[in-house]
Design a protein around this ligand. Structure first.
Ligand code: NG1
Ligand code: ZN
Length: 541
């Protein structure tokens, strides 16, 4: 490879500390304490160049973020040309390069290039963005060193949300197609979303106001910018009053601190500083704005969470109604994809009341995305609020080409077409998902109260247990991580325990992003959930 010498020279400036723990490219790329990341990001830059060349020079995205993790962490992940996550078969190359000592980097790089059949004469093109973490800038420098060493072209878009980078990656690679994904600019992203929102809201005005907790992260930047493209607050079509909360990006240490989607979901409580009156509509983003949750207080300060499962059921209900009204029901199959963390009540509701197909996959968006893409319309959400809706090529063609037979069909089709533009189909997107929810609530004339009343959540809890080595824990393949095969015998003990609780369900798996094991439990009674989790925790400890 003609770049090997330059790769070796630049690698010297990004030494891998000896004795560093091995890194694994997991569901969220690499994520760790930011101080350890420099050589890792350099190695990811090398792989991005290889990936782009392998895919005939299509642009590859690199996002520097650690999402909902604390401010001291950071991370890096690769985005494939159509905005999906890095193809799974390449993850092991990412892992190998990240664990290669600097002196051996050029050799490892050349070997990867050869194994992957990369033609080094093809131009490479990489686009970059980062969240608001202070460590991000220097990490982009490490990435750029790798891109320069490999003779790659690159564009650094600065501070963006993760879904914005996914948008730009797809837009870049489809700009000469018959149906480009959108203009190749951040402005193009805002324009696409706002135009679609205005169309979908053409006859409606949301009730009340919406307050958005931006986790003191990049979502605040994007939301404020986006609001400039929104209809005026008092506009009868789509006018919405949005209050921006937790937007302190000038204080990096408060990122995700006692606020944001992860804090709200794991604690099942409002963010600090919450001052909503009963039934006020609030939403929380996470640190890179790829997740969103809604919630409100009932009278008496009872906290009610409207999580990813709620967004999935709301979206599936609404889209199915539109498909029916547009006369496309026979043509388009719709399914909902969840993980084992989905509340059992939501699964039951989708199957028994909505009568829609549900699939369950292992944790991690890439798994859900993959399964959802097999359907004409695949609605996928993790309970934590990360998700989107995928419309297949076939579905998009049918929706585009359908010839409405009545004014009602035309109305439904117009909204459906707008939704295919409003929804960021590359990846979960807090801003886009939030707009989708607002459109649905306005059209259905739902307040948060009516939305929450569609079904009753099972009491549930998710805890984290620290163990000496999480790799002692492995799940049985094909069970969507609901059964352990390692440590031997533990699953049987869990089964015996869970048996005791009415409608009890509990499973244990190693986290892919943290050094811990997660235990999820649900049952008909909240005290049973607590008791069950205490007992399972004892088993593990
Ligand atoms: P891990 O740490 O593997 O449980 C967490 C979330 C996932 C997903 C990834 C990020 C839970 C229970 N798990 O995974 O949903 O968001 O981080 O890719 O919330
Ligand atoms: Zn995130």
């Amino acid at each position: 490879d003609q770049y090997a010498d330059a790769v070796a020279a630049a690698a010297k400036s990004h030494p891998r500390p000896s004795g560093a723990k091995p890194f694994v490219y997991g569901t969220a790329g690499f994520r760790m304490n930011a101080d350890l990341l420099d050589p890792v990001v350099y190695s990811v830059g090398l792989l991005a160049a290889l990936r782009s060349r392998k895919l005939k020079g299509q642009a590859i995205g690199v996002m520097i973020t650690a999402s909902h993790n604390p401010a001291k962490d950071n991370g890096v992940k690769l985005v494939d040309p159509y905005g999906d996550m890095l193809e799974q078969s390449w993850e092991s190359y990412a892992t190998t390069l990240a664990n290669t000592p600097s002196e051996e980097m050029a050799e490892a790089y050349a070997k990867a290039a050869k194994d992957l059949g990369v033609d080094s004469d093809i131009p490479a093109n990489v686009i970059i963005a980062r969240d608001t973490r202070p460590s991000g800038k220097a990490l982009v420098d490490a990435l750029v060193d790798a891109l320069k060493a490999t003779g790659s072209q690159y564009t650094d878009y600065g501070v963006l949300t993760t879904p914005q980078l996914h948008y730009l990656t797809r837009a870049t690679n489809t700009q000469n197609d018959a149906h480009p994904y959108g203009e190749v600019s951040v402005e193009g992203y805002y324009k696409k979303l706002s135009e679609a929102y205005k169309t979908a809201m053409r006859h409606d005005k949301p009730t009340g106001s919406l307050t958005v907790d931006c986790a003191n992260g990049v979502g605040a930047v994007a939301l404020k910018e986006f609001l400039k493209y929104m209809p005026k607050e008092d506009d009868l079509s789509g006018g919405l009053k949005v209050n921006v909360a937790n937007d302190r990006i000038d204080k990096p240490e408060v990122l995700n601190e006692k606020c944001g989607a992860d804090f709200v979901k794991s604690g099942q409580r409002a963010p600090e500083g919450f001052n909503g009156k009963p039934f006020d509509r609030w939403a929380s983003y996470d640190g890179d704005a790829d997740r969103v949750l809604y919630y409100f207080h009932e009278e008496g300060s009872i906290f009610r969470l409207l999580d990813g499962d709620r967004i999935a059921t709301l979206a599936a209900t609404f889209i199915r109604e539109l498909v029916q009204k547009a006369g496309l029901e026979e043509d388009l199959q719709l399914a909902v994809v969840q993980t084992a963390y989905a509340n059992g009540a939501s699964t039951k509701y989708i199957e028994d009341v909505l009568k829609l197909k549900v699939e369950c996959t292992p944790t991690g968006v890439k798994h859900l995305h993959h399964v959802a893409s097999r359907y004409d319309i695949g609605v996928y959400f993790e309970a934590n609020g990360h998700g989107t809706v995928l419309f297949s090529q076939n579905a998009q063609r049918k929706i585009r080409k359908a010839d409405p037979q009545s004014p009602a069909e035309l109305e439904a089709l117009t909204t459906l077409r707008a939704l295919t533009e409003l929804i960021n189909q590359t990846v979960g997107d807090a801003l886009s998902d939030m707009l989708l929810v607002e459109v649905i609530l306005a059209q259905k004339e739902y307040t948060v109260k009516e939305w929450a009343a569609t079904y009753e959540d099972m009491p549930n809890r998710l805890i984290k247990v620290l163990v000496p080595d999480k790799s002692d824990y492995a799940t049985v393949p094909g069970t969507a991580e609901r059964k352990l095969e390692k440590p031997a015998g533990m699953q049987d003990k869990i089964d015996v325990l869970v048996e005791k609780y009415r409608n009890g369900r509990c499973f244990v798996r190693a986290s892919g992003t943290e050094d811990a094991v997660r235990v999820y439990g649900e049952a008909s009674a909240a005290y049973d959930v607590d008791d069950m989790l205490r007992n399972v925790e004892q088993l593990i400890k």
